[in-house]
Structure formats: C-alpha cells, structure tokens
Design a protein around this ligand. Sequence first.
Ligand SMILES: *Cc1c(COP(=O)(O)O)cnc(C)c1O
Length: 387
Amino acid sequence: MDVSFIMNELGEERELYFNSIAPPIMQSSNFSFKTVGAMRELLMDEYSGYLYSRGKNPTVDILRTKLAALDGAEDALVFSSGAAAIFAAVLSQVKKGDHIISVRDPYSWARKMFEVILPRFGVTTTFIDGTQIENFIEARQANTTLVYLESPNSFTYELQDLRAVAHWAKQHGIVSIIDNSFCTPLNQQPIAMGIDMALQSATKYIGGHSDVMAGVLTGSAEKMKQIFNSEYLNIGSGISPMNAWLLLRGLRTMEIRLQRVSATTHEIWPKLKAHPAIEAIHFPFDPGFPQYELAKAQMKDACGLVTIQLKTQSREQIEQCCNQLKHFLMAVSWGGYESLIFPACASVPENEFDGTNPRHRMIRVYFGLEDAGYLWNDLQQALDQLV
Ligand SMILES: *Cc1c(COP(=O)(O)O)cnc(C)c1O
C-alpha cells in the first residue's frame, strides 16, 4: 500500500464527521446503545465495536488502521507508551515455567521486566549476543516460547539477521517479537521478514514533536484480538483519544521528517568519523560498521542516531565537550524535531567512571530537523576543543 495513501486517507471516513479534514477527537469514555440486544453483542465481544474507551475508541481506530498498514500487519494496538506495548506483548506470550531468549542489550525497561518482574512469576530469560544466529540455537531450551529482538538497538546498533531468526523461531514454534523503534516501519518491515509481532515507541518518530508518549504493537488479527481481550483491557494502558490524535497528526509529516533527518545524518556522520577528537563512530550505514551488509539487506535506511566515541579518557573533558554544545539539547529519548545528545557517562556514577571503557566515552547524537550546517558547526566547535 502506498505510504502517501496510508498517511492521508486510509481509515478516515470523513463523511461521518462533517467532511472535516482533521479527524475528530472522540473524547468519550463510553458509548450508548439503543437496545439490550445491541449492548449484549458488544459485551460479548468488545473487539467488535465501541463500548468503553479502555477498549476501542473511534479516534484510536483510525490510528490503528494506519499503523497496521504501515507495518504490513493485519492489525495494530496502540498503548500509552512504548514500555506498555513491550509489557503487554511479552506478558501475553508467556506463562509460568516458560523461557525467553532476549538480545543482550534490549531497551532498559524491557530488560528490567525480564530481570525483575518475570522471574517472580517463574519466567526466565537468557540474554544473548544476537549478532550470531548460533547463539539463538545454543540458548534454546525445551521450554523456550519467545524470542525478543531489537534490531538495531538505539545506542550501539547491533543487528539480528531477522529472516534467519524468524525462520529458526518458526521451526521450533517460538513466537518472535521485535522492538523496531530505531527504524520504524518506513525503514524496516519485520513482519514481511517473518517476525510475528513488531512494536515501536511511537513517542519517537511517529509523534515526532516530543509532546506525546505512545507505543504500537502490530501482528496478526488473531494475536492482536487475543491481546486486546486480555492484557490490553486488563492492564488498561491503551492510549487516550487526544494522544491518538496527536499521533495521527505526527503521521502526516513522518515520511518527510525522516527524509530530512536522514539527509542530515548522512551529511554529518562522515565528518564526525573524520574528526581528530573521535576514536570511532557507531552507525549501521557506515561501511565500516561490522554488520553493514546485513543492515543494507534488511533496512531501507538508518537515520537520526549516531554514537560517537571520544578519544579522551578524561571524564571532565567529555563532560565539558557536551556542556559546550549550544544547539543540541542534552536529554534522553529522540525522534522529535530537536537535536539531542545523550552522554553515556551521565548514566555512570562519577566514582565508577572508567576512561578505559569505550562505552563510558560514548555520546549518542540525535539529529532533528534543524539545518545540517548549523548542527555541524555546533558539534565542530565543541569537538575542536578536545584536540
Ligand atoms: C523509547 C524506547 C522505548 C520505550 O518507549 P516509551 O514510549 O518511552 O515507553 C522502547 N524501545 C526503544 C528502542 C526506545 O527507544
């Protein structure tokens, strides 16, 4: 399906709401019925219509239709955050005694769920280096029911071979889930490669303006309906109509925003790589990246995030370099209009900083929608002070 059609037309029934171009924000917690029969029908099958907005809501449904189509999936559920989407997706696929294989460095709150919450219910997780398919094969146990992927991750960008992992998982009846936040469906289509469910933090590129939190989960109609009737309704972490509307607005410009972010990223990463203050850069579309060929084989583009690794082993110098940036905001997250930096050393207690550890010398850079020259000048003035 054409992305232009999905973004502008699909799911919108404008004649139902006075031909307004922008969809209505259906800010209603519940919906009424004319007859007991009609009410009974919905109570028996909440998935089939509008009963109560913890379940379905018309504004949210427009968004669901578009997000499912973008992923080439049969259906989508939208959550109040990416973390909620991760939690519901994983919880829906495991029971006491089950075993999960997860990539080594999943998103921090996915990791906490695997390490802290799930063991309380008798679900164990093995973390593996997902760059090698052999590690999946080796980690499998008789009770492995789920494999959890994130390709690339959003700091060092390790990939998994999605076609190979999906094929292996299917052979063993293991459900596969991927966190596709880095790429979005515009740059990577995991479901077409055989992955069962794809999720994303919609807080990042879909929202695109750093003003809304949300998460998306896509997959087969059967799986989505099952999750809707259980975890989605029970946890109650669906999205509000207002926030769904903000995501619909974000979708209108998502493709062009990503094009701009991508052009800036591709203009600046080679300059960063060549700068004398920098020891290495981490970016999947750098031909020097260890999995460059795989990145090109399964991703359309990589954009927005580049991690630089400074040469200096001095925490003071690293911090000074970051503090000196004038046009990059220092913050977690990414995907908005504004450029950001996230120094790894900010998540290390001062007395545990180890200059010989390359990770402590890494700074993640996110390129937003500003002019590339303007951003490069700022990076350059801060980096020049280190040489
Ligand atoms: C931000 C993020 C999440 C979590 O999404 P929230 O919307 O912040 O809950 C999950 N995975 C990745 C890769 C992320 O960057």
